[in-house]
Design a binder for this molecule. Structure first.
Ligand code: F6P
Length: 755
């Protein structure tokens, strides 16, 4: 799916759709009506013809009898000819008792001779032979005829019978005329109805427009338009005010975020609850202490927000030197040298880390939420630790706050229970939870034995945020399926025991501009440095991948795409190198160790197959790289391939774009990463389709500089606006509005109680 073509469809307007439906409906009705009418009229006409036959024969009965007995063929012929004067009687025959043919009119059809018809009119009876009336309709070359045989009675005794052949073709003619009449009548009514509908639609649209224009000019509309126009006006005013405010303030920056915090939240401190801390103190082999920035999208996004807003970041103190660098309460001011905010480290036992982090969070919830073919494992022992750690963090929040209604941002799947636990301790807190990873569909979510508890826990939040609208609907569907609650789909909210939780998409992003660029060398210096480090010639082409070693990132598929590229384009062999920065992650879990081995094996096989001399197509760098080094790789590369099999957002994709202030380099991006919905100028691929991905890599390497620039410029413009300050700002503004509303409701309830 390299190119997304959009096909313009002509969609008929509602009035036109109505007219088309009307015409089809009337055509169908005409057809059914003509069927019913022809069947009924045919019955009537046949009965009519039958009666005429009886009447005609009774009119000449006496004459017939006298000539019958005399067996006077000529006179019988004359009488029969007399009968055929009736315009509908075509021919007649007189048949004796013994089925002999006494007389016929000229051109009497032979197939209706006395013997063949007699079979039908003669019936065996105990008293001998009797005749019964008989009739049939049959087709002759000239059209349909009605044949009737009428017994001729002389004092109750039948002396023979008369056969009459009637012309029925007039019925067909009449049916055809009726059908035409119906078609014309229905056609006329359809045209009339369609014209009236179009006319009415136009008139009412005119009227609506006229009324709206009148209101916009400040005139008073007709009374029946008042409620609707008021709604339209309110909405218009609201949108205009928000647009105005948005455009006046321009793009979101750390300053604007601070202002929003002051305006909507009275400058309150923010409390973040997240498993991963933004600064990890680690012992070095030399006996010193170093600070690490973890490879985490969550940290990448939230750290700049905290620097802008200040507050407390409550996290698991996981570094080997974390305790000695924090005070007795686990506090440490960061960033080092700037002290914009505080990390509150929570100390967890090894059992807790095994059960809560490795077990329930990463062997249970992580595979539950990602479609990457790894089965979730749920153990009750892990669940107990998960509950306990969530309680520990909720307690830490209560210890850190200095007001009754703090703003608490709960991050990710490690803390699904914390929002409710925090609310129990701090009922007036504004709790915003953000789920960084995808939310599964209700069937898959139902796999989890503690699905109710997880949902109940999250619904302790004032707002639950997700990366995409799709995740929001999955969450709402899960609540709808598993909990007693009221879903307000218009407001995108869940109401439980009178408390409302808003469910909203807030696509996460990076800071803009990225602070690591301030000190980054120029693109050419980065390129020269990395090429020297990897031993690449100046005309080499470089691709990069930057990930934690996680099975959701599609690392094996990525390497296979490189292999296919080299198979299909042998000229790239010796020229193209793919450097994969793979930070070890969750190594206590078997599945991650397996992944590590698989990636290593695939890389070794490809290098064996295509390597020559010192050339290795794959450079696998399995270690943690600090952000400045990662940005050097981004800036040195010709392309970056993000091949996630399923990913909430993937900030590597956004970081690569942010890193390329030279507007060069191509992003090849998996369609299964949330970022693909925003970075549409990337080459979007299905990572499972190795051929497609290889083709995209080839396109990226061949892409002319102008096209690279155009794509990069557009993605950078987007990211400069939709940056992480906007992400946080939108959440905080929504939270501020919610707090105002809750305060107002609180005041009203208070007043109601007082009166
Ligand atoms: O995507 C979820 C997430 O929390 C990211 O923010 C981050 O990239 C990753 O998981 C970090 O994982 P861990 O904290 O387990 O190393």
């Amino acid at each position: 799916m390299l190119i997304c073509a959009s096909h313009e469809r002509v969609i008929p307007r509602p009035a036109t759709r109505f007219v088309i439906a009307l015409v089809f409906g009337l055509a169908l009705l005409t057809w059914v009506a003509s069927l019913v009418v022809s069947r009924t009229t045919r019955d009537w006409f046949e009965k009519d013809v039958g009666m005429r036959a009886q009447l005609a024969v009774s009119g000449v009965r006496h004459g017939l009898l006298s000539h019958w007995k005399a067996e006077d063929g000529d006179d019988l012929h004359a009488l029969l000819t007399e009968l055929t004067r009736d315009e509908r009687i075509l021919a007649a025959a007189a048949c004796g008792k013994d089925l002999s043919q006494l007389a016929t009119t000229a051109e009497f059809p032979e197939q209706f001779g006395c013997r063949s018809i007699g079979v039908h009119v003669r019936q065996a009876a105990p008293s001998g032979l009797v005749f019964v009336p008989w009739k049939t309709v049959t087709s002759l070359p000239g059209g349909k005829v009605y044949v009737s045989a009428i017994p001729l009675l002389d004092q109750e005794e039948a002396v023979g019978f008369v056969v009459l052949v009637h012309d029925l073709s007039f019925i067909e003619r009449r049916e055809a005329s009726v059908r035409w009449f119906l078609i014309v009548a229905f056609g006329f009514s359809a045209t009339a109805a369609a014209t009236i509908t179009m006319f009415a639609a136009r008139v009412s649209w005119h009227e609506w427009r006229g009324e709206i224009q009148r209101v916009l000019k400040g005139e008073t509309p007709r009374p029946e338009f008042h409620p609707l126009l008021q709604d339209v006006l309110d909405l218009g005013e609201r949108i205009a005010a928000e647009r105005q405010a948005d455009s006046e303030r321009g793009v979101w920056t750390p300053q604007r975020l601070k202002q929003a915090l002051n305006q909507y939240l009275r400058g309150e401190r923010i409390i973040i609850v997240a498993n991963r801390e933004p600064y990890i103190h680690e012992h070095t082999p030399g006996g010193g202490v170093t600070i690490l920035h973890p490879a985490s999208g969550l940290v990448t996004a939230l750290e700049p927000v905290m620097r802008a807003c200040s507050g407390v970041w409550i996290a698991h103190g996981s570094g080997s030197a974390d305790r000695e660098t924090a005070d007795a309460q686990g506090h440490v001011s960061v960033p080092p040298g700037e002290a914009s905010y505080v990390i509150r480290r929570v100390w967890l036992s090894d059992e807790d880390v095994r059960g809560y982090y490795y077990g329930f969070a990463n062997e249970g919830l992580w595979p539950l939420c990602h479609i990457a073919d790894t089965r979730p494992v749920f153990r009750s022992e892990d669940w107990k630790h998960y509950q306990a750690v969530n309680q520990t963090f909720a307690d830490a929040v209560a210890e850190e706050v200095d007001i009754e209604d703090p703003i608490v941002l709960v991050q990710d799947y490690h803390f699904a229970l914390a929002p409710r636990l925090i609310r129990e301790r701090l009922p007036r807190a504004t709790v915003i939870s953000f789920w960084h990873i995808p939310w599964p569909n209700p069937d898959r979510f139902g796999i989890c034995p503690w699905r109710h508890e997880l949902l109940e826990g999250l619904l302790g939040s004032s707002i639950v945020g997700f990366q995409t609208r799709f995740d929001c609907s999955n969450f709402i569907d899960a609540v709808d399926r598993y909990l007693e609650s009221r879903i307000d789909r218009a407001q995108q909210a869940v109401v439980q025991q009178g408390r409302t939780t808003l469910v909203r998409p807030y696509p996460i992003s990076t800071e803009w501009p990225v602070r690591w660029l301030e000190t980054a060398p120029s693109v050419s210096a980065c390129r020269a440095g990395i090429f020297a480090e990897l031993g690449l010639p100046a005309d080499a082409l470089l691709g990069v991948g930057v990930d934690r070693l996680d099975y959701t990132k599609g690392l094996e598929e990525r390497l296979l795409a490189v292999e296919r590229l080299l198979e299909r384009f042998p000229a790239l062999c010796g020229r193209f190198t793919f450097a994969q920065l793979a930070a070890p992650s969750r190594t206590e879990i078997d599945r991650y160790r397996q992944l590590n081995d698989n990636v290593e094996r695939v890389a070794a096989r490809i290098n064996e197959r295509f390597g020559r001399g010192t050339y290795r197509p794959i450079v696998l760098l399995r270690e943690h790289y600090e952000p400045p080094a990662v940005f050097t790789y981004y800036r040195a590369a010709d392309l970056c391939y993000v091949s996630s099999l399923h990913d909430g957002m993937n900030l590597v994709a956004k970081e690569f774009v942010a890193a390329r202030d030279d507007e060069r380099g191509v992003l090849v991006l998996s369609q299964f990463a949330g970022a693909a919905r925003e970075l549409t100028e990337a080459l979007i691929v299905n990572p499972y389709d190795v051929d497609e991905a290889a083709a995209a890599l080839a396109v990226a390497l061949e892409m002319p500089p102008d096209e690279q620039r155009a794509r990069m410029r557009s993605m950078r413009a987007y990211l400069s606006e939709f940056n992480v300050y906007r992400w946080a700002g939108k959440m905080l503004v929504d939270a501020g509005r919610l707090r105002d509303r809750e305060r107002l409701i609180g005041r009203l309830t208070h007043m109601e109680r007082a009166t």
